[in-house]
Design a protein around this ligand. Structure first.
Ligand code: UD2
Ligand code: MN
Length: 452
């Protein structure tokens, strides 16, 4: 709390350049409540220096009541453009951007409240360097009471491999560092999507948005990858605050179904920008693989034309906090209709086979680069006895008795000795390791990965 107050005081003391460029504010909406729409517009006009607001462009995305927009067009500086059919927020925003006359674009959702001094800190960062794309701290307007509630300024935007946006706390070290000057900008791997300022020419040069994305979702992921990978940066500016009504569900229809549209848009972003790393998305959200995503040639061409960096660069330099799953393969190890199965046994237990059920669980195995055959933190371990070789699940370590090789002919051979995983004694002892013989059915395995 002390820090929050200190931040407010420091922000109040800031002096911004006199020659800031004016902006066109672009607000798209579909069936927004009149009250929240009005609140957004009024706060823009009341809380910004007059000369910095060139215009407010409202893009009515084919709302049921065209009068809502028309009423608002009576307000000074407000222009309304109405779509002939529902276009979704991406194509609507681009329509607004194309119509804008100012040098800088400011995008807002249709249910916001701009706070005092929200605009100058944003415009200054972009005026200094047009490759910066900047966002305010997004405060919360209560969905139930419409009260304005301050949010933490110690957050950045990120995602997991499911590619869903999430807020993330800055690390302790980063927060300690920020105590020196809490007003400095925060680089963010991903933007929430709705509230940002960008130079208009830069927006155009970077390829605006992917016009084949529908309704809602995924466009924030796409523009975030694109800005970073193509030479720009994304920042959150702690001295700029805008409230937003976060809602639990979409208050509008979702032609195509929300899950499908979200997966389609996200796939388009992943396919264009993520290189081979997209496999981790598909591993996290297997159903996405079945959703058609249309043609992406023009976006690939854009990426080539702008000489954008590989996703590996983005991960290493922009989002090192996102752990890359070990370069491994996850799947089932099959012998005919049977699958290698823990049978629910735990540490020091044997493993067996059970009819494949393709729901993962006890039949899910990872073969790591090192050659471990792994289930959670347990690895198939060769335990030698005088009479023969027993195989048990033990906690994975770096020992050689946990290394196996999937060889041609389908045998799973222990890397240092000539024994192979075998089912001949499975009834009595579970899987054992026997002298390798690639002609034997009891030693013939197929590794079926999730990606195959
Ligand atoms: C967040 C973003 C939102 C957008 C979205 C991902 C914030 C605060 N909000 O979700 O801007 O990036 O993630 O796509 O960062 N709209 C249309 N046509 C449509 C659907 C929506 O014009 O077909 C408008 C809608 O009225 C609103 C804006 O697009 O003004 C964003 O939609 P939202 O508020 O439902 O998205 P939100 O805040 O859940
Ligand atoms: Mn919103």
């Amino acid at each position: 709390m002390a820090l929050a107050r200190c931040l407010i005081e420091k922000c109040r003391k800031k002096v911004y350049r006199k020659d800031l460029p004016p902006t066109s504010v672009i607000i798209t909406f579909h069936n927004e409540a009149r009250s929240t729409l009005l609140r957004t517009i009024v706060s823009v006009l009341n809380r910004s220096p007059e000369h910095l607001i060139k215009e407010i462009i409202l893009v009515d995305d084919f709302s049921d009541h065209p009068e809502d927009g028309l009423e608002l067009a009576k307000i000074n500086k407000v222009r309304v453009i109405r779509n002939e059919k529902r276009e979704g927020l991406v194509r609507s925003r681009v329509r607004g951007a194309d119509a804008a006359i100012a040098e800088v674009l400011t995008f807002l959702d249709s249910h916001c409240e701009c706070n005092e001094d929200w605009l100058e800190p944003l415009l200054e960062r972009v005026a200094e360097d047009e490759t910066r794309v900047v966002c305010p701290v997004i405060d919360v307007i209560s969905m139930d009471t419409f009260q304005y509630i301050g949010a933490s300024a110690d957050l950045r935007g990120g995602f997991d491999w499911n590619l869903v946006f999430k807020w993330e706390y800055l690390s302790l070290e980063e927060r300690a560092e920020r105590h020196k000057d809490p007003t400095t900008s925060i680089e963010t791997p991903m933007i929430a999507g709705g509230l940002f300022v960008i130079n208009k020419k830069y927006f155009e040069k970077l390829g605006k948005y992917d016009m084949k994305m529908d309704v809602w979702g995924g466009e924030n992921l796409e523009i975030s990858f694109r800005v970073w990978q193509c030479g720009g940066s994304l920042e959150i500016i702690p001295c700029s605050r805008v409230g937003h009504v976060f809602r639990k569900r979409h208050p509008y229809t979702f032609p195509g179904g929300s899950g499908n549209v979200f997966a389609k848009n996200t796939r388009r972003a992943a396919e264009v920008w993520m290189d081979d790393y997209k496999q981790y998305y598909y591993a996290a959200v297997p159903l996405a693989k079945n959703i058609p995503f249309g043609n992406i040639d023009d976006r690939i061409e854009l990426r080539t034309r702008l000489h954008c960096k590989p996703f590996k660069w983005y991960l290493e330099n922009v989002y090192p906090q996102l752990a890359v799953p070990e370069m491994t393969n996850v799947g089932t190890i099959q012998q005919g209709i049977y699958c290698l199965d823990t049978l629910g046994h735990l540490i020091d237990g044997s493993v067996g086979v059970y009819q494949c059920h393709s729901t993962g669980g006890n039949q899910e195995w990872t073969i790591t680069k090192k050659g471990q055959i792994k289930h959670h933190d347990l690895c198939l371990t060769l335990v030698s006895f005088a009479k023969g070789s027993v195989v048990m699940m033990r906690v994975c370590d770096d020992n050689e008795n946990q290394r196996w090789e999937l060889r041609e002919g389908g045998i799973l051979k222990h890397s240092k000795s000539n024994v192979c995983l075998d089912t001949r004694y499975v009834q009595e002892h579970g899987i054992t390791a026997e002298l390798c013989n690639s002609g034997l059915d009891t030693q013939y395995w197929r590794f079926v990965t999730k990606h195959s």
